[in-house]
Design a protein around this ligand. Structure first.
Ligand code: ADP
Ligand code: MG
Length: 353
């Protein structure tokens, strides 16, 4: 509960949660919900090094392949490898969220979700980047915890709960109890890898060269992890590798399921592996409450059903799985006193006030 004083100041301050995803970056503002939802792409002019576009417009440029522009996906593998670009993105996002308020209010308090297992140096980088980008206070939270809070899981309770977050670059499986992560697994197999599976499949089975943006569309349209009630056919445009000419190939959802099966099996093995290490009492909890899924990859048709059959525990999608991390991150500031222990501490100067 907020004290009356907190509530009073809350009216005049901007609290935002940021999900720096490998595929999509979202900003959630307390009292308003999701205000920014953009692909994690930055277009940088090669000559000057200045950012030209951030988000959807940068992603559009990416599929056009312009010569004088470099397209950077700073978080592609779930690691903040590129401080400059990460800073530029945060700067853009925080300013944009701030600009959307029509009264002059103090600089925002910001909770940023970071992939679990990032190094101390990377945590510092995000912390500093957010401060320099104009945040008044910066807090960090591990993405699986933010996802679980956003999905409404009882992470503070003794009973165990589990979330599988399939993003673009990484899949994270995490088991929670008493506000902490008890077991976690993080792998580099997620949505991007599935796109590559489809590119590869079209090349080897149909001699058709397609790009990642096309592969992603195919995955979303007809991709699946479990037989569909009604299997489907989709025409796919590309370039024939033998003739070099444009070509269209009709592909079935059954074929695409086969193309994705390697990655899907790796995901399933990862969940099984996490369950293998889960203490028996917590397994009993999961059998009651089920396992929850979040992230864009959880929207792959039949993925929840497939995992459920493989592990013999009920698997369900969180509500609005793409926004769980951002919503969870901003939730922390709504109930700061209770939820602050979910935040990540930084060595050498703490983020906890
Ligand atoms: P991140 O947290 O890494 O930014 P997201 O949670 O935003 O990732 O999920 C992005 C991934 O989800 C992308 O690989 C995208 O292709 C995939 N995705 C989104 N919608 C669907 C869908 N309907 N079917 C399959 N995959 C999807
Ligand atoms: Mg994510």
């Amino acid at each position: 509960m907020l004290s009356p004083l907190d509530y009073f100041f809350g009216l005049f301050s901007l609290d935002i949660g940021i999900d720096l995803g490998t595929a999509n970056t979202l900003v959630s503002v307390r009292g308003k919900g999701i205000v920014i939802n953009e692909p994690s792409f930055v277009a940088i002019e090669k000559r000057s090094g200045e950012p030209l576009e951030v988000g959807a417009r940068a992603k559009e440029m990416w599929s056009k392949n312009p010569k004088n522009v470099m397209i950077v996906r700073p978080l592609r593998d779930g690691v903040i490898s590129d401080y400059d670009t990460t800073f530029k993105m945060l700067d853009y996002l925080i300013r944009k969220a701030h600009e959307q308020t029509w009264v002059p209010i103090p600089r925002p308090r910001v909770v940023v979700g970071i992939p679990s297992g990032v190094t101390e140096v990377e945590k510092r980088a995000v912390y500093t980047a957010a401060l320099e980008a104009g945040a008044r206070d910066v807090f960090l939270i591990e993405e699986p915890i933010a996802a679980a809070v956003g999905a409404g899981l009882p992470v503070l309770e003794t009973r165990g709960s589990m979330i599988i977050d399939i993003g673009g670059g990484t899949t994270e499986v995490a088991l929670f109890s008493l506000g902490g992560i008890v077991i976690s697994r993080s792998i580099r197999v997620a949505g991007d890898e599935m796109d590559e599976d489809i590119v590869q499949y079209m090349r080897t089975k149909h001699n058709l060269l397609i790009g990642e943006p096309t592969a992603e569309k195919v995955k979303m349209e007809i991709g699946s992890a479990y037989p569909l009630p009604q299997e489907r056919i989709m025409p796919i445009k590309g370039r024939n590798l033998i003739t070099g000419l444009p070509a269209v190939v009709e592909v079935s959802s059954i074929e695409i399921r086969e193309a994705l099966s390697g990655s899907v099996n790796i995901l399933i093995d990862t969940v099984k592996d996490a369950l293998d290490d889960t203490p028996p009492e917590l397994i009993a909890d999961l059998m009651e409450s089920g396992i929850w899924m979040a992230g864009g990859g959880s929207l792959l048709k039949g993925i929840a059903q497939r995992i459920q059959e493989e592990v013999n525990i009920k698997v369900r999608l969180a509500e609005d799985p793409l926004t769980c991390v951002a919503r969870g991150a901003s939730r922390i500031l709504e109930d700061y006193n209770n939820l602050r222990r979910l935040l990540v501490g930084l060595h050498r100067g703490s983020t906890h006030h």
